[in-house]
Design a protein around this ligand. Structure first.
Ligand code: ZN
Length: 218
C-alpha cells in the first residue's frame, strides 16, 4: 500500500501496533494518508518504520519526511547533525554491528535527512558518528565511537536517573541538553571528547540550535 506522510504530529493511540509500538496508550504519533482515498492512519514512528521496512507500506514520492529525534541547525539554518536515539537494552547483536545495521536500514528504507553528520546514540552504550562523505554507502561502519554512558553521566546524575531507567523521550532530551551544552562551549580537555574535535563535529555545531522531534525531508 502506498502512503503519504502528512507531517502532522498528534497525541493518539497507534492504529498499527506492531511489537515495536510505542503508542499503545495515547502518545505522540504521526498521521499518514493511504493513497488513493487519503484515508488517515495514525501511526507511531517505530510502527511506521516497521511497515516500510517490511514492505507493507511504500512511501509515495521521493521526498519523505521523517522525524529526527534530535537535529542541530547552524545559525543560518543549515542542517548540521541528525541524531537517532535508541534504547539498547534488548540488543541481540554486538553493538557496533547493530549500529551499522540501523544506519543502513534508515538509509535504505526510511531515509536519513541529508546532513554532514549522523549520530546514533544507543543507550545504555555508545555514540556512533558517521561523517557523511557524499557517496551514500549504506553499509559503512561508523567513523567514530565513544562511550555515551560516561559522557552523559553528569546529566543522568542530575536527574537521579540512568540510561537503563530513562524512557526514550528522556534519553532524547538528555542528548539534546548535552548537544546544546557542547555547541556553546569550549570542549573540556578530556580524552573521551577527542572524537568531537577530530571529526570536526564540534566546529559544525558551534552556536547551532538544537531541536527535538522535528520533521525533516529526507
Ligand atoms: Zn505503533
Amino acid at each position: 500500500m502506498k502512503i503519504e506522510p502528512s507531517g502532522v504530529i498528534l497525541k493518539d493511540v497507534c492504529s498499527i501496533q506492531t511489537d515495536k509500538c510505542v503508542a499503545k496508550q495515547p502518545a505522540p504519533i504521526t498521521a499518514v494518508w493511504a493513497v488513493p482515498g487519503r484515508m488517515q492512519i495514525n501511526v507511531c514512528r517505530p510502527c511506521l518504520e516497521e511497515q516500510v521496512r517490511s514492505g507493507e507500506w511504500e512511501i509515495q514520492g521521493a521526498r519523505i519526511t521523517r522525524r529526527a529525534d534530535v537535529a542541530v541547525f547552524s545559525p543560518d539554518r543549515k542542517l548540521q547533525l541528525v541524531v537517532e536515539v535508541k534504547k539498547s537494552l534488548r540488543a541481540k547483536q554486538p553493538m557496533e554491528k547493530w549500529a551499522t545495521a540501523i544506519h543502513r536500514n534508515l538509509y535504505a528504507h526510511a531515509g536519513i535527512p541529508k546532513a554532514p553528520y549522523f549520530l546514533l546514540a544507543l543507550l545504555p552504550g555508545n555514540f556512533y558518528l558517521w561523517k557523511e562523505s557524499g557517496a551514500r554507502e549504506f553499509d559503512r561502519p561508523p567513523d567514530y565511537e565513544a562511550d555515551a554512558n560516561e559522557i552523559l553521566k553528569p546529566y543522568f546524575d542530575e536527574l537521579s536517573s540512568s540510561p537503563e531507567a530513562a524512557s526514550e523521550f528522556a534519553l532524547e532530551a538528555i542528548v539534546s541538553c548535552w548537544l546544546r551544552d557542547i555547541s556553546d562551549a569550549e570542549l573540556a580537555n578530556d580524552a573521551s571528547l577527542k572524537w568531537l574535535d577530530e571529526s570536526e563535529l564540534h566546529a559544525a555545531l558551534k552556536n547551532g540550535s538544537v531541536e527535538m522531534q522535528i520533521p525533516i525531508a529526507a
